[in-house]
Design a protein. Structure first.
Length: 118
């Protein structure tokens, strides 16, 4: 059996919470990913969220659903949220074939995202 592992952590850059996701994000990683996204959303010391996907090597529809839910939750609170690449080709393809890249705001990299949010 293959071991699936996702690395998650939340850090801050000025008033932006940065959710860093790396490794393989699938059904087995649901708790970690949702926890990190909720931590960022509820961080009262920040007023925007940047989700760094550049370290992801694999993602499935479960992650897409989590990102769409996080996007809706942020919009409901009036809190800006951006996703940042560069995306692994497999992850980018998933976004492309599902049309998610047209729905979720995606920037080329973390630096670009931080500039847009500040």
């Amino acid at each position: 059996m293959t071991s699936h592992r996702v690395d998650t952590h939340v850090k801050r850059n000025e008033r932006t919470a940065i959710v860093v996701l790396g490794g393989e994000a699938d059904l087995h990683a649901t708790g970690q990913v949702v926890g990190a996204l909720q931590e960022a959303l509820q961080d009262e010391d920040t007023d925007a969220t940047l989700i760094d996907l550049s370290g992801l090597t694999f993602a499935d529809s479960v992650l897409l659903n989590q990102l769409l839910t996080a996007h809706a939750d942020h919009e409901a609170k009036g809190r800006p949220v951006l996703l940042a690449g560069p995306l692994n080709p497999a992850v980018g393809r998933l976004f492309e074939i599902t049309g998610t890249d047209a729905v979720l705001p995606l920037v080329d990299d973390v630096e670009t995202g931080l500039r847009r949010l500040h």
